[in-house]
Design a protein around this ligand. Structure first.
Ligand code: FRU
Length: 318
């Protein structure tokens, strides 16, 4: 039987069309799965981190990111990492609640050959692939120096600390003490407000009840500084106190600075975009540094309209 030439051409074209479709599908389908474990989603900063991850990940169809929220529970976060390992994800991104409890599951994943990017808060030791975050000691030091300058070298200061079992709390505290060394600042009240606005408000109520004179509150994050402001406002003392925080989200700390609620906010970038960019390099077999340090700016009323001032600009701590 003779097959008409036109029929052969038709089959050939259909075949080419089908195979090209299936190859296209293959390239568009996610090639890698990334498991992200977020320590909590109760604070705007962490919602922003997940959004930064999502926005960057959407540019790369070859990856699929799944998210878990540990709801501020270290035990839950430990299990989440184990679940990701058991599910056989290609890479894990973790923003740990606390250093010590998260160290073993991160180390176990890493030792099994699953790359782990630790974001913002650290774990102990070096059993992870890459740490991404800004330099909290430097931020604390810059805040200390800025505060000494504003208060003319002396004054009564309250320090509201972030969770001291997490590394940013420890570093923002040590850095601050370094930055204020040699001055006559009296840090007469300090408390761990665990990064939480309601806790900060409660602690500030105690400080206000105990001390007639408070010149400034240094809080390790903007929700903490805002909680302290609300406590002071409730007693009509908010105008006599300066408030300084850390994070400087465009829709949180920067707005407080514009409104005059905070006198300064030091930026703590979420690193979400950089985490995805680094994950892609790792998944494509490239080497990445063990440590990626993000830059930070300070926002005050004087510089906010110019986009803040970088901490490593001339005149600031290097
Ligand atoms: C959010 C947060 C931020 C802070 C960061 C430190 O959970 O408290 O406000 O800068 O964590 O890890």
């Amino acid at each position: 039987m003779k097959i008409p030439c036109r029929l052969i051409v038709f089959f050939l074209l259909s075949f080419l069309l089908l195979t090209s479709c299936s190859t296209k599908q293959k390239t568009d389908a996610p090639k890698f799965t990334i498991g992200m474990s977020q320590c909590n989603l109760g604070e705007p900063w962490r919602v922003q981190m997940n959004l930064d991850i999502k926005n960057e990940a959407e540019k790369h169809p070859e990856i699929r990111v799944t998210y878990k929220d540990a709801q501020n529970d270290s035990l839950k976060q430990r299990s989440q990492i184990e679940e990701y390992v058991n599910a056989g994800v290609d890479l894990i991104i973790v923003s740990p609640k606390e250093a010590a409890p998260l160290t073993p599951p991160v180390a176990a994943a890493f030792e099994k050959g699953i790359p782990v990017i630790v974001l913002d808060r650290r774990v102990l030791g070096d059993k992870y692939t890459c740490f991404i975050g800004a330099d909290n000691k430097k931020i604390g030091r810059a805040a200390g120096q800025w505060i000494v300058g504003q208060l003319g070298g002396s004054g009564q200061v309250v320090e509201l600390k972030g969770l001291m079992t997490s590394t940013p709390g420890q570093d923002r505290h040590t850095g601050f003490r370094e930055g204020t060394e040699g001055s006559d600042l009296d840090i007469m009240f300090e408390a761990d407000m665990k990064w939480l606005e309601p806790e900060a408000r409660k602690e500030m109520e105690s400080a206000l009840a105990r001390f007639k004179n408070i010149d400034l509150v240094y809080a390790h994050n903007d929700p903490g500084a805002h909680g302290a402001y609300l406590a002071a406002k409730a007693t009509g003392r908010e105008k006599e106190i300066m408030f300084v925080g850390i994070d400087a989200l465009p829709h949180e700390g920067q707005v407080y600075v514009k409104q005059g609620v905070l006198h300064a906010s030091f930026e703590y970038p979420t690193g979400g975009r950089e985490a995805i960019q680094t994950a892609l390099k790792i998944l494509n077999g490239e080497n990445v540094p063990k440590e990626i340090t993000l830059r930070s700016r300070v926002f005050t009323k004087d510089n906010i309209d110019q986009g803040g001032k970088w901490l490593d600009e001339e005149g600031e701590e290097k």
